[in-house]
Design a protein around this ligand. Structure first.
Ligand code: GTP
Ligand code: MG
Length: 368
């Protein structure tokens, strides 16, 4: 087709393809969510509806973009890690970032009423910004996620203490801030326990550790857009916390984790530089995770399960629909996005459930 005389303007576009063979990390963050959360009467310091809506929107992003291997969310932000070899939009930064931000934001609004059931839609359109960061090696990727989870811990402990002082202790926000000035994690834990009868380490893991989205085996008939279950708990020490009806699927599974909490070993907290250990308790996990835990969590077994899933597909094709009905549970698995609230600081995660994330990828031809 002949070019129009106007076509030259395309030459003004810049080539923003990102460096190849490095990890692409996209982080989105709510704009002015301090105000947005106030306007929509979010429970303090954590609104379970808001967190679950964020998690749902993030899952929509992962369902759409296969090259995202891991996501981590807290407060009004979400981080998405793409595989090193991603060739999405030829690695064009603006296309990738804008797609993630747009999809996340539209899902946040689209599913709003599933979580904020008493309000048809947000009172004004929420805005998220986004950025891409390139990380050259596994070291920076692990440290990046450790940084975000450490941030979750520091902020949540501060906010829990702050709102306990204000809402239960009757202090003004200014007085509460003054009271917390110069305290370290140990002081805050102590204060919550002695003055507000709150054992911080027993608060929901979703609040203390944020949310981790992983790609694992799930049941084949699992609805990929199913609503992520809400937590039944409200935060002790927060009178304004709203009870959201618990779905059957939210369950506590004892003994999923053991050993010291990696956060306690790696967080340095301004201004004291100290942190206190957080006892690891039973994390609250979603149904998807329970199914996963029920079969196995080790990476070698994960590999076996995916082979089983392939076999099942072949079996289904060969045997027809009648055979499908009879298929045992292990044959009804597929790769899906699961949510959990686990430690991602420390090697345990990266050598266990997160092992697939940094596993060597098939060499891609870098030369034409
Ligand atoms: P910018 O990102 O710079 O636009 O500012 P921001 O107002 O969004 O603040 P920031 O991203 O630093 O922090 C997010 C803010 O969202 C928190 O400080 C809280 O005020 C609010 N927020 C996020 N999640 C919750 C929640 O579950 N409950 C309540 N009450 N507030 C929340
Ligand atoms: Mg923000």
């Amino acid at each position: 087709m002949a070019k129009s005389k106007y076509e030259y303007v395309k030459e003004f576009e810049t080539d923003d393809r990102m460096l190849r063979n490095v990890y692409v990390l996209v982080r989105i963050d709510g704009k002015g969510f301090h105000k947005f959360s106030q306007t929509h009467d979010f429970a303090k310091p954590n609104d379970v509806r808001g967190i679950n809506l964020m998690n749902h929107a993030a899952r929509c992003v992962m369902n759409e973009l296969d090259d995202i291997l891991l996501a981590f969310g807290e407060s009004d932000e979400y981080s998405f890690l793409f595989r090193k070899s991603t060739d999405l939009y030829q690695r064009r930064e603006s296309k990738i970032v804008s797609t993630v931000v747009s999809l996340f934001t539209s899902a946040y609004v689209y599913y709003w009423n599933d979580y904020f059931t008493d309000l048809k839609r947000p009172l004004y359109p929420p805005v998220f910004d986004g950025r891409a960061v390139l990380y050259p090696s596994e070291v920076e990727v692990k440290d990046y996620f450790a940084w975000r989870q450490a941030d979750t811990h520091i902020n949540n402990l501060f906010n829990t203490s702050f709102w306990a002082l204000v809402e239960e202790g009757g202090l003004t926000p200014k007085a509460a801030e003054a009271r917390l000035c110069g305290t370290d994690s140990k002081d805050k834990n102590e204060m919550l326990f002695t003055e507000f009868n709150t054992n911080y380490s027993k608060l929901p893991a979703m609040y203390r550790k944020g949310s981790v989205l992983l790609r694992e085996q799930i049941l084949k008939d699992e609805d990929k857009d199913a609503i992520i279950p809400t937590l039944p708990e409200t935060l002790p020490g927060s009178k304004s916390a709203k009870v959201v009806p618990a779905l059957d699927t939210a369950t506590t599974v004892p003994g999923l984790q053991s050993g010291p909490d990696p956060i306690s070993g790696s967080v340095s907290e301004a201004p004291s530089g100290q942190s206190s250990p957080i006892a690891v308790d039973s994390p609250v996990v979603s149904q998807e995770t329970i199914m996963q835990e029920g079969s196995s969590t080790s990476s070698s077994e994960g590999k076996k399960r995916s082979i089983d899933a392939n076999e099942a597909e072949r079996h289904d094709a060969e045997e027809g629909p009648a055979a499908k009905k009879e298929a045992p549970a292990f044959k009804r698995m597929k790769k899906g996005v699961v949510i959990d609230h686990i430690d991602i600081i420390g090697e345990k995660f990266w050598t266990g459930r997160g092992a697939y994330i940094l596993a060597p990828e098939k060499k891609k031809k870098l030369r034409p």
